[in-house]
Write a protein of this length. Sequence first.
Length: 514
Amino acid sequence: MPITHPNLHLTRLDGAIPAWLGEIKPDDLMPICRNVADGGGRLLALWGSDRRAQHKGFGLHIALVNEAGLICLNLALDAAQPVYPDIGRIFPAAARMQRAAYDLLGIYAEEGQDHRKWIRHGAWQGFPLRKDFDAAPNRAHEPDNYPFVQVEGQGVHEIAVGPIHAGTIEPGHFRFSVVGEKVLRLEERLGYTHKGIEKRFESLDLQQGAKLAGRVSGDSTVAYAWAYAMAAESIAGVTPPERALWLRALFLERERIANHLGDLGDLGNDVALSFGFAQFWMLKEQVLRNNAALFGHRYLMDRIVPGGVAADLAEPGKSVLRNECAMLEREVRVLRNIYEEHAGMQDRFIAAGRVEPKLAARLGLCGLAGRASAQAWDARVQFPCAPYDRLDVRMATYRNGDVAARVIVRFDELFESLRLQREILDRLVYGGELCAPLDKLPGNGFGAGMVEGWRGEVLVAIHSDAEGRLARVHPHDPSWQNWPVVEHAVLGNIVPDFPLINKSFNLSYSGQDL
C-alpha cells in the first residue's frame, strides 16, 4: 500500500498508472497529509464537488503523490457547514487551491491564513459549481478592491505591472515592492482568464468533454487530452489499442519539443539576443508545420480521444519525422554552444531567479522547474504508463535552480525527446485499431489520469453520476504549484530581470483559472 493509517482504507483504481482511492473523515485529513509529506510525497491537486443531490453534502477531493503512485482522498463535508482543516500548513501549494475551492463551491478551509478571493474578482454572486447555481441573473455588485500586502519602510515603492501585457500574453497582475531596482516582495494576482471550464463540463457528453479538456491550456493540449482519456478509460476499464498508445507518446514528445524550442528562443529574446529568438522559433515553426501536414493540426488538438487516437501516421511520415529529428539535433547543438559561450547571456542567466532545492521541496515546485532545483520527479520515470514503461526515459535534473539551470534542463529534455521520438518511430508498427469503443461511462464512477506534460504533471479527475454523465471534471495544471514559487524566485533580483525569470518558468495563466 502507498500509505498506512488506521482509518484509511484504499481501493486500487483501474488504469494506466498506479492509483488508489480512499474515503476519510475530517479528523484524519491532517495526519494523513503529514504522513505523506514526511515520506517525501507532495500535494498534486485539491478540488471540491456538490453531492447534495445524492444526500452526501459536499465533497473535498485531494490528490497526493508519493513514490508508490497517486493517492486520491474523498472527504464528505456537511451540507449546511462545509468546512475542513487547512492543509496549507503542510503543503503551502494548497493555499490558492483552497481559496479557489471557496470561490467556486463555498467550501471553507478552517484556520486558513489567507481567505482573500482568488478567482472570483467580484464577477458573480454565489458559488457557480453548486448544482443549484443560477447564472442567468448574476451581476456583480461589490467593489473589487483586492487587498494586496503592503511593504512599508524608507525608500520602498510599489510597481504595478498588468494585468494587461504587451502582445498576446495572457493577463496577470504583478505587484512589486522595491527599493531602487531591487525586489523586496512580489505578489501575484491571477484569475483574469476565468472561462467557467469546470462548470461547462457538467453539460457535455464524454466526447465533447475531451475537446474541452484539450483547451484548458492550449500549449499543453496533448497532456490534458491524454490525462482526460486516461481518467475515462480508468472508469470504463478500457485499454487503448497498442498503436494508439505509441502515437500518444509521439504526440506528447512533439508537444514537449515544440514548447522547449519556443521557450529557448524567448529566453534569448529576453536578454536581447534576437538571433537566438529567430533561430529557435524557425525550428519550432517547422515542427508545427510537420504536425499540421502529418496529423492535421499544428498543436495536435483533438488527436487524442477517449479509447485511443483520432489520427494516424502514414509510412512516409516516418521519414519526415526522422529527418526532422536529425535537423533539430544538429541545429540545436550549435545553438546550445552559442548560448553557453555567450558571456552576456550567461551573465544574465547565472544566479538569476534562484530557487534552492530545500525551498523547492518545501513549496512543492514541480515539472522542469522543479527538476532544475533537484526535485527528481517525472511521471514518465516514476509511474510510466504504456508505452513509457518500455522506453527507459532519462530524467534531466540540475541543482542550481536558477535561470541557467532551467535553460540546461530544457536543452537536456529536448535532446531526450528527440531520442524518444526516434525510438517510438522504430517501434510503431502498422496494423490494428486506433481506438477502442468508449462513448459513455459507467455510473457513479471515479477515475484519474496523470501525464507528465512539458511543464510538469497534468492531472484530470472525472466523477460520473448515476447515469454515467460527467458530474464533475477537475483538470489541474502544474502552474498551481509553481506560480507561488515565482514570488520567491524574484526576491533580491532587480526589476528588469523579472521578465527573464518569469519566462524561465513559463507558467500558464489559463491552466490554473477554471
